[in-house]
Design a protein around this ligand. Structure first.
Ligand code: GRF
Length: 195
């Protein structure tokens, strides 16, 4: 059975969409563990509900950045995943981890990259920028993680309309619904074809 390792920092609704897709038999994999860098987040509750092991690994808990990175990389290697799926992980992935899992770390971004990506473009900022630039469509992107923020090879995108009357919150909701469909599909394809 292929093994997914999920990284999250927030509510974990994308993480949940993977759990649900596995239960429906659409994603033939197991989630080996959840790695978080925050406590008290929704993703942890979801993991506990489904008996998925949680590892809290936050830079705050280490005396040096290198010690943090070493522990993160060692933990991930020991879990031996076929893919690492970032699902709302609000931290730059250390380059040592990218090297250790070259081409095997995926991320979902709530816009049509290369538009609305890069530093500072996360969460509600993305949807605010989309509305402010009067885009007529937006969407989400699953891409391979490289050392440059939001710049790795794009694996798939889903497009949604943006209406003139939309608030950023409405756009966010529409995009998130697509994220939940897209990410499990891309993971299934990635695991059957590339890993
Ligand atoms: C999603 O919008 C995702 O695209 C972005 O962070 C958000 C995570 O949401 N990377 P959730 O924690 O999965 O609900």
């Amino acid at each position: 059975m292929k093994k997914i390792l999920v990284f999250a920092s927030g509510s974990g609704s994308n993480f949940q969409s993977m759990i649900d897709a596995i239960q429906r038999g659409e994603l033939t994999a197991q989630i080996g563990a959840l790695i978080v860098n925050k406590v008290g987040i929704g993703a942890i509750e979801r993991a506990e509900k489904h008996q998925i092991p949680v590892f809290y690994i936050s830079e705050k808990e280490y005396s040096t950045y290198d010690a943090f990175v070493q522990h993160l990389v060692e933990t991930c290697l020991s879990l031996n995943p076929d893919v690492i799926a970032l699902a709302g992980y609000m931290r730059k992935v250390p380059k040592q981890l990218i090297k250790a899992f070259d081409g095997k770390i995926l991320n979902i971004h709530p816009a049509l990259l290369p538009k609305f990506g890069g530093k500072g473009m996360y969460g509600h900022f993305v949807h605010e920028a989309v509305v402010a630039s009067k885009e007529t469509e937006t969407g989400c992107t699953v891409h391979v993680v490289t050392e440059e923020f939001d710049e790795g090879p794009i694996l798939a995108q889903a497009v949604v309309p943006v209406y003139e009357t939309d608030t950023p919150e409405q756009v966010q909701k529409r995009v998130l619904a697509e994220e939940h469909k897209l990410y499990p599909k891309v993971l299934q394809k990635f695991l059957t074809e590339f890993s």
